[in-house]
Design a protein around this ligand. Structure first.
Ligand code: NAD
Length: 246
C-alpha cells in the first residue's frame, strides 16, 4: 500500500500500537503527525522515524481537551496540509470493579478514548469534506464488542467508538470519507504489561493463534483500512485477536 506524500495523523503515537502504526505509515511514504500527550513523548517516535530517514513531526496534545485538539489540528493543517488519514489510537485504561470504580476514572477513560476521537474527527471533518477524501480509523477493542469484568468504563468507551464509527461513516460517506474501526484482542504493550499470568495462559491456550498479539500484528490492518483501495469499506469493525473470540 502506497501512502507517498499523504498526511497521516496518529494519536497516541509515542509507544505501543500507535508507534507501530506511525512507523508503518512512514515506511509507506507518508508524512506522519505523531500526536501524544507531551512534547517529550510525541518526540520519541518522531525522532526515531526521523533518524531512520522518514518524515515525522511531533505534536503535543491531550486529545480529551477540545481547545488542544483544535490547536493541534490547526497547526498540522498550517504546517503539513489537510490530513488524508486520521487514526484515533490514543487510549487509557483505569480498571476497577463497578462498585469500586471512581467517577473520575469513568470520566477520564470516556474523555480520552471516546471524546478524544470525537474531537479529532470533528477537527478534521470540514477539511476532509472539502478535499472530498479522507480515511478515519478508530482503535476500539474486543472489550467494546464483548465487555470485560473490571472494565465498565473502558468497555463503554470502546463500544461507543463503534457507534461513533458507524455514525461518521453514514454522515461523511457521500464526501469520499470512510470511517472504520479495529478491535484488537490482547496485544503486548505497556497497557497489557500487568495482565495476570493465568489470563495470559488462557489467551495462549484459547486463541487459535496460540499467543498474544504484537503491535506489528495490528498496524497493517490500519494501513489497509486507511488505503485508497479500501474506499468501498466503511462503518466496519475489524477484529484482530488471533481468533480468541471466535
Ligand atoms: P499504550 O499505553 O502503550 O499507548 C497509549 C498511547 O496513547 C500512548 O502513546 C499515550 O501517550 C497516548 N495517550 C494516552 N492518553 C492520551 C491523551 N489524553 N492524549 C493523547 N495521547 C494519549 O497502549 P497501547 O496498548 O499501545 O494502546 C493503543 C490503543 O489500542 C488504545 O486505544 C488501546 O485502548 C487500544 N487497544 C489496546 C489493546 C492492547 O491489548 N494493548 C487491545 C485493544 C485495544
Amino acid at each position: 500500500m502506497d501512502f507517498t506524500d499523504q498526511i497521516v495523523v496518529v494519536t497516541g503515537a509515542s509507544r505501543g500500537i500507535g508507534r507501530a502504526i506511525a512507523q508503518r505509515f512512514a515506511e509507506a511514504g507518508a508524512v506522519v503527525a505523531c500526536v501524544a500527550t507531551t512534547e517529550q513523548s510525541a518526540g520519541q517516535t518522531a525522532l526515531l522515524l526521523d533518524q531512520a530517514g522518514f518524515r515525522a513531526i511531533p505534536y503535543a496534545c491531550d486529545v480529551g481537551h477540545a481547545e488542544q485538539v483544535e490547536a493541534m489540528m490547526a497547526n498540522i493543517q498550517d504546517q503539513l496540509g489537510t490530513p488524508h488519514v486520521l487514526v484515533n489510537n490514543a487510549g487509557i485504561a483505569r480498571d476497577a470493579l463497578l462498585v469500586r470504580m471512581k467517577d473520575e476514572d469513568w470520566d477520564r477513560v470516556l474523555e480520552v478514548n471516546l471524546k478524544g476521537a470525537y474531537l479529532c474527527i470533528k477537527a478534521v471533518t470540514r477539511a476532509m469534506m472539502k478535499a472530498r477524501y479522507g480515511r478515519i480509523v478508530n482503535v476500539s477493542s474486543v472489550v467494546g464488542l464483548h465487555g470485560a469484568s473490571g472494565q465498565a468504563n473502558y468497555a463503554a468507551a470502546k463500544a461507543g467508538l463503534i457507534g461513533l464509527t458507524k455514525a461518521v461513516a453514514k454522515e461523511l460517506g457521500s464526501r469520499g470519507v470512510t470511517c472504520n474501526a479495529i478491535a484488537p484482542g490482547f496485544i503486548e504493550t505497556d497497557m497489557t504489561h500487568d495482565l495476570p499470568e493465568d489470563f495470559r495462559k488462557y489467551v495462549e491456550t484459547t486463541a487459535p493463534a496460540g499467543r498474544l498479539g504484537t503491535a506489528n500484528d495490528v498496524a497493517p490492518a490500519v494501513l489497509f483500512l486507511a488505503s485508497r483501495e479500501a474506499g468501498y469499506i466503511t462503518g466496519q469493525t475489524l477484529t484482530i485477536d488471533g481468533g480468541l473470540f471466535l
